[in-house]
Design a binder for this molecule. Structure first.
Ligand code: PMP
Length: 386
């Protein structure tokens, strides 16, 4: 049988992160600054709520959109934390991670030939998900000179008649960059002027260290144009639970629910019970984790600069994105040699888009001792290039 795999899938490139980690997987004594997930275990109260739901026999499907009680908690959380209001009955879907929320949003709004602007460097899933539905990911490089924020002229020049949406993610993976409220307002002016939608990936909203996070939908005129994507993986340290959510205009949420009911039915029931507890009583734990990331960011970013790896101060998430240009190596060469010679795993910046070339992503969601040891090894490694 020929053509067993569909052409649009054959064209898809495997994720650069995975390919790189196959290398690290077979080595011993590696300090991994590679994976993009919290080093905390989910709070005990949340785990206990999940166990209790099993004790109580809650083992069947939930409503397609998720448990109403959870959607109500999500709505309350969005109002209290980010001052944005959504109706739990019609404007929220509980998803299998922010990943599924992204996939659903793109499938709901992108027709073949539509363009979606992504600001690179960015999370590796965006462009492939857009391309899988026949859309075009139009890649706009962030402004490395200004800590990877947006150059608005460059952004506007990428907008065409086919542009359907802009996909935003700040705090950003891999740069950790936050946009100020003023910068977000500038984006919103372009969105209004060119009649666009915004996919706002706010998965790192809880992890904003220096400024208050502004949810894009709170900006004037933006609620009707914004699909808010978020979840429990990062801020709540729940990556393995595979739980996220999406909130947005009723017509788009309705369209997404049509796909979701056939493609997924509903997110995991026991995970949803855990998430209710996370939203009800998880605030203190989040604050404690955030404080810890902030401390580690301060240490790690200052240390990178001290050893000669120029790094802007990331306002959020748990990533540092230092330049490796001084070494004369490409991102890929730097990451491979650092792994082989010093056993420190980082991710080459080019896997997040062309504009990430010359940088590497280091996740500082590791113990302070590990970070100190990693800095020692990296210093030894970069010295040879002076
Ligand atoms: N968006 C961004 C920017 C991410 O970094 C990630 C996870 N690495 C996701 C979405 C997906 O998160 P989830 O675990 O909720 O699917």
């Amino acid at each position: 049988m020929r053509n067993r795999v569909a052409q649009h899938v054959q064209q898809l490139q495997p994720s650069g992160i995975r390919r790189f980690f196959d290398l690290a997987a077979n080595m011993e004594g590696v300090i991994s600054l590679g994976v993009g997930e919290p080093d905390f275990v989910t709070s005990w109260g949340v785990r206990e709520a999940c166990i209790a739901s099993l004790h109580n026999g809650h083992t069947s499907y939930t409503a397609n959109a998720g448990l109403l009680e959870l959607r109500k908690e999500i709505s309350r959380y969005l109002v209290e934390q980010f001052e944005v209001e959504y109706r739990p009955e019609t404007d929220v879907i509980v998803t299998v991670g922010a990943s599924q929320a992204l996939d659903l949003s793109i499938r709901a709004i992108v027709d073949p030939g539509d363009e979606v602007i992504v600001i690179e460097p960015c999370f590796v899933s965006y462009a492939p998900l857009i391309e899988l539905v026949g859309g075009t990911a139009v890649k706009v490089g962030a402004d490395a000179q200004r800590g990877f924020s947006i150059d608005f002229d460059v952004l506007e020049s990428a907008i065409t008649e086919r542009t359907k949406a802009i996909l935003l993610c700040f705090p950003n993976n891999p740069t950790g960059t936050m946009l100020s409220k003023e910068e977000l307002i500038q984006v919103s002016r372009l969105v209004e002027k060119h009649d666009l939608l915004v996919l706002s990936d706010e998965i790192y909203a809880e992890l904003s260290f220096d400024e208050k996070f502004t949810s894009f939908a709170t900006l004037p005129g933006m609620k009707e144009r914004t699909i808010l994507i978020s979840g429990f993986s990062k801020g709540f340290a729940m990556t393995g639970w595979r739980l996220g959510f999406v909130a947005g205009p009723t017509d788009i949420i309705e369209a997404m629910l049509k796909i979701h009911q056939y493609a997924m039915m509903c997110a995991s029931t026991m995970a949803q019970y855990g998430a209710i507890e996370a939203l009800k009583n998880g605030r203190q734990d989040i604050e404690a984790m955030k404080k810890s990331y902030r401390r580690r960011r301060n240490y790690f970013v200052a240390s990178l600069n001290e050893i000669g790896l120029d790094c802007h101060n990331p306002g959020g998430a748990f990533y540092a994105f230092p330049s490796v240009k001084e070494t004369g190596l490409s991102s890929q060469e730097f990451a491979e040699r650092l792994l082989l010679e010093e056993k420190v795993a980082v991710v080459p910046g080019n896997v997040f888009g062309e504009s990430g070339e010359g940088y590497v992503r280091c996740s500082y969601a590791s113990s302070l001792e590990q970070l100190q040891e990693a800095i020692k090894r990296m210093e030894r490694f970069v010295k040879q290039f002076r």
